[in-house]
Design a protein around this ligand. Structure first.
Ligand SMILES: Cc1cc2nc3c(=O)[nH]c(=O)nc-3n(C[C@H](O)[C@H](O)[C@H](O)COP(=O)(O)O)c2cc1C
Length: 366
């Protein structure tokens, strides 16, 4: 099959990417002490620099935003310096790299948080997934503490500082993590947001936190350097909404009006965070559903193969395709797609934590 459609350049805000094969954000839990990116992380990303755009893994905007042991942050000087070695390594291979900035909210565990405090959330409702402790043990999640109204603007400010830090560290832009049951998603969906203040209730109120983050981050670093990731109909951690079509229609139209650099949607057909290999064939197609709400560049993710990616871009349903698991196992995914070469298989047991095995030792084809 001819994959030319994936090799047309694409303007994403201030940057022009050379192909439409995008590396999805992938938490690998291999940062060093102090949640600082290391030389190994720089090597891993540089190996994948032929992606049109790398979206680096979910990275905590603050100590309170941490969710996983070994996940990086972007709130200390050492973390900024660590990330600079990553962006330098990618740029020296002419790659482009955004950072996904995230607050994990209720998915975290007190052992990872300041003074062992409880995870925070819009409402005191625990997720139905295990949490990771600071010692990489999986334990039942705790019931989070519901945020006070006046704490919310402080969290928005941590996103702003994180974005400024990311630009200082050399990133080409930032992606706001509003998908996959992270704090912003917890505010969006009414299964996790039972608030009675101006951040809860009707959908227009539940999108307020997202839009405050977007507006303040864009005022600081420019709307052209800001993408947003959403997972409409996502169910990770038991998250749900009573009317996702209405909610995400409102959120996406508001992002359209602001002219963000790109919108990144996760398809329900795959698994939002790649936990399983099964397909939900019955899932609605988010790219098709929401394309008419958003005029800017649309990146679609989850369960794509090179052929389905090419078809989706050729039909104009999305402008770029993000690959997760295929990029874990194939550092030269772009070249393999271009030349029609077979793919390495990923090893799920090495997704989270560990060293170079399953991280930087996947072979290139040629
Ligand atoms: C190991 C692993 C870590 C992930 N970490 C993140 C993350 O940090 N942020 C995020 O938005 N999605 C994360 N995801 C979801 C991926 O970005 C992607 O949407 C998902 O794997 C589906 O794409 P795929 O079918 O091409 O793998 C992760 C997925 C996997 C497998």
């Amino acid at each position: 099959m001819n994959h030319d459609a994936l090799f047309a350049p694409l303007q994403l805000g201030t940057i022009k990417v050379q192909n439409r094969i995008i590396m999805a954000p992938l938490t690998r839990m291999r940062a060093g002490t102090g949640n600082v990116p290391t030389a190994l992380n720089a090597k891993y990303y540089a190996q994948r620099a032929s992606a049109g755009l790398i979206i680096a893994e979910g990275t905590a905007v603050s100590h309170q935003g941490q969710g996983y042991p070994g996940a990086p942050g972007i709130y200390t000087e050492d973390q900024i310096n660590g990330w600079r070695s990553v962006t330098d390594a990618v740029h020296s291979k002419r790659g482009r790299i955004f950072l996904q900035i995230a607050h994990n909210g209720r998915n975290s565990h007190s052992s990872l948080l300041p003074q062992n405090s409880l995870p925070v959330a819009p409402s005191a409702i625990p997720p139905d997934l295990p949490a990771f402790t600071n010692e990489f043990k999986q334990v039942p999640t705790e019931t989070p503490r519901a945020l006070e109204t006046d704490e919310i603007s402080t969290i928005v400010d941590t996103f702003v500082q994180a974005a400024l830090n990311a630009i200082e560290a050399g990133f080409d832009g930032v992606e706001v993590q509003a998908a996959n049951s992270h704090l912003i998603d917890q505010f969006l969906q009414d299964g996790t947001n039972k608030r009675t203040d101006e951040y809860g209730g009707i959908a227009e109120n539940r999108v307020r936190f997202l839009l405050e983050v977007v507006d303040k981050v864009s005022a600081a670093v420019g709307i052209n350097r800001l993408g947003v990731r959403l997972s409409p109909f996502g169910q990770y951690g038991g998250i749900h909404d009573s009317n996702p079509l209405h909610l995400y229609g409102i959120a996406i139209s508001a992002l359209d009006k602001r002219q963000i650099a790109y919108l990144h949607l996760i398809e329900g057909r795959g698994s939002e965070i790649g936990l399983g290999d099964g397909l939900h064939e019955e899932a609605l197609n988010n790219a098709q559903l929401f394309r008419s709400n958003f005029r800017g560049p649309l990146i679609s993710a989850a369960a794509y193969t090179p052929s389905s990616a090419t078809q989706t871009v050729s039909k104009g349903e999305a402008d770029g395709i993000a690959f997760g698991r295929l990029f874990i196992a194939n550092p030269d995914l772009v070249e393999r797609i271009r030349d029609g070469l077979p793919m390495n298989k990923y090893d799920r047991s090495t997704f989270y934590g560990g060293g170079e095995h399953g991280y930087t030792d996947y072979p290139v084809a040629i």
